[in-house]
Design a protein around this ligand. Structure first.
Ligand SMILES: C[S@@+](CC[C@H](N)C(=O)[O-])C[C@H]1O[C@@H](n2cnc3c(N)ncnc32)[C@H](O)[C@@H]1O
Length: 291
């Protein structure tokens, strides 16, 4: 599969994602980004019960620590479930996602960069009466190494008008730790390429694409690919689905390998990548004929 990447920018296979990753050379992946089946979510690709969730994730995390480069990262997008209510108990929120995050550090030796929150601007109404409406998912972002480097400049965001105004009006003095500014006697300028990124991502959920039930918006993988990889680095999605991660990776000139157990998803994703690469080749040919 890695040999395939010498002639192509991507490779896909219909198989279990943990087994697929085990076929790759050790320490070859810069970023594993993906969204496994969510605990208890009933989808046409099956149900990963919250009671079995850690067991289901175990082979993926075992493979991940072997196959990630020492400077590699893993980001798992997941949504917590609620347990069914009974006559004696309300529908409580499961903590299996938090348990997974703790085990990623304690059992797999990964270091938590952050648990980021994806706020969904157009969440599906749940009709819940025992808690507030559900409108977020978590992105468990871990580094293989306890000391890591991320490219925050690649994911800076536009300043909001009120912070530009603050920069214009205020003068600051650095605190004794040299890191933060508190008193007002030094003018600082906004960063030329934007404000520091936040650990909250807001946006709409994707419209359903093709037959897949859980297609992600591209801005999710896009953020982590930009922050943790460079052009030519290998990105892997072990639960590829419709191929959103691959599309984001190829658009950013990274190499991509994806796995999924549903053959029709793999075919759809592969067709999408083929069309994308052909489009790029035609675009490049047109550019060179114009120069
Ligand atoms: C939440 S969806 C991923 C959606 C994807 N991020 C997208 O944008 O289309 C989870 C995917 O995991 C796949 N899957 C389930 N069990 C798997 C396994 N053991 N190995 C690989 N993929 C699996 C499902 O077929 C499904 O496509």
């Amino acid at each position: 599969m890695i040999e395939l990447l010498q002639s192509s920018d991507y490779a896909v296979a219909c198989c279990d994602g943990a087994e697929g990753m085990l076929r790759l050379p050790d320490k070859s992946i810069k970023l594993i980004y993906g969204s496994p089946p969510y605990p208890n979510a009933e989808r046409d690709y099956g149900v990963w019960k919250s009671s079995e969730y850690i067991d289901k994730m175990t082979p993926f995390l075992n493979a991940a620590v072997l196959k990630l480069r020492d400077d590699g990262f893993i980001v798992i997008n997941v949504k917590a479930n609620r347990e069914k209510s009974t006559s004696k108990a309300s529908s409580k929120r499961s903590l299996v996602v938090e348990k997974l995050a703790i085990l990623m550090e304690e059992e797999w030796g990964l270091s938590c960069v952050d648990i980021e929150i994806w706020v969904k601007e157009n969440p599906v109404p749940t009709g819940l009466r025992v808690a507030c409406q559900d409108a977020y998912e978590q992105n468990l972002w871990f580094s293989k190494s306890p000391k890591w480097t991320i490219n925050l400049d690649a994911i800076r965001r536009p300043y909001e008008s009120h912070s530009i105004k603050t920069y214009e009006e205020y003068e600051y003095k650095p605190r004794s730790n040299g890191l933060t500014y508190v008193r007002k006697n030094k003018r600082i300028k906004p960063h030329p390429i934007g404000a520091l990124p936040r650990n909250v991502i807001s946006g709409g959920v994707s419209a359903k694409i093709g037959e897949h039930q859980a297609t992600q918006p591209i801005y999710l993988p896009d953020k982590y690919i930009k922050a943790t990889t460079e052009e030519g680095d290998l990105v892997v999605d072990p639960w590829m689905g419709s191929g959103t991660t691959g599309y984001a990776a190829l658009s950013l000139k990274r190499k991509f390998i994806g796995f999924d157990i549903v053959d029709s998803y793999v075919k759809t994703a592969e067709n999408c990548f083929k069309e994308f690469i052909q489009g790029m080749v035609i675009g490049n040919e047109q550019k060179s004929s114009q120069t």
